[in-house]
Design a protein around this ligand. Sequence first.
Ligand SMILES: Nc1ncnc2c1ncn2[C@@H]1O[C@H](COP(=O)(O)OP(=O)(O)OP(=O)(O)O)[C@@H](O)[C@H]1O
Ligand SMILES: [Mg+2]
Length: 258
Amino acid sequence: MILHLAGVSLKKDGNWILKNIDWDINKGENWTLLGLNGAGKTAMLHMLCSYYFPTTGEVEVVDRKFGRDILGEQLRQQIGIVSSSLKQRMYGTDSAYQVVLSGAFASIGLYETPTDAMREKAQQILKDLDCFSYANRAYRTLSQGEQQRVLIGRALMNDPKLLILDEPTNGLDFIAREQLLTSIEQISSGESAPSIIYVTHHVEEILPTFNKTLLLKDGEVFQQGATNKMIQSEVLSAFFEIPVEVDWSEERPRLKKK
Ligand SMILES: Nc1ncnc2c1ncn2[C@@H]1O[C@H](COP(=O)(O)OP(=O)(O)OP(=O)(O)O)[C@@H](O)[C@H]1O
Ligand SMILES: [Mg+2]
């Protein structure tokens, strides 16, 4: 079991942001979390990383039950996350290599001396993700697409059981987007691949490897299940409340307004 949420709700500033969420992720599953702006996707991810504590319900992440006694730090070592808030918090003068290495300590910046094994691993990850040519460049000089790759590399340093990608293609042109998606597909096909939660509002980004989909609407689960059942014209027209048509070709969906 990678993730188990039962009856989870989250209240912030007097508003219910997440309402009665039941969600299980088993090993081998990769999920798309699809929802419009303000649906509660990022709040959900913050909760999974134990930055937010659920107001009601039960949360278990990578076999650890949330309780006041669980240290967020320990939990976060088992989860890799890439998000826009994390992207902005990196130190611009650190090299791409240093940013990836810092993932070993789940820290922003490097404060401890990495072992030789960590250094080798960071280099291998940079090679696998095609980042090696700019490994020594300052993070702030990298393009958005390059920064995203480096952050994914950082998230992989601890061999996480769960990799969370919150809109990783934001700001990328369509070529960089497809290249990043190809890398994500490769990560998911590795031998000890993590389960992935891929958060997006773009149906077009749903890769064949994302075999499950959760549709989140106004803080509630609208529907969840097999991706090919969720990403259908009828379901999504009801979800978006406008008539839309889904075209599936080469295992990738495309959305059109009717
Ligand atoms: N700490 C907070 N305090 C109060 N309200 C919050 C807090 N965090 C999120 N919200 C509100 O909860 C709702 C869901 O926000 P969230 O950021 O999770 O949406 P999202 O699905 O990630 O949207 P987007 O696609 O735009 O990133 C929004 O209305 C937001 O204003
Ligand atoms: Mg968000």
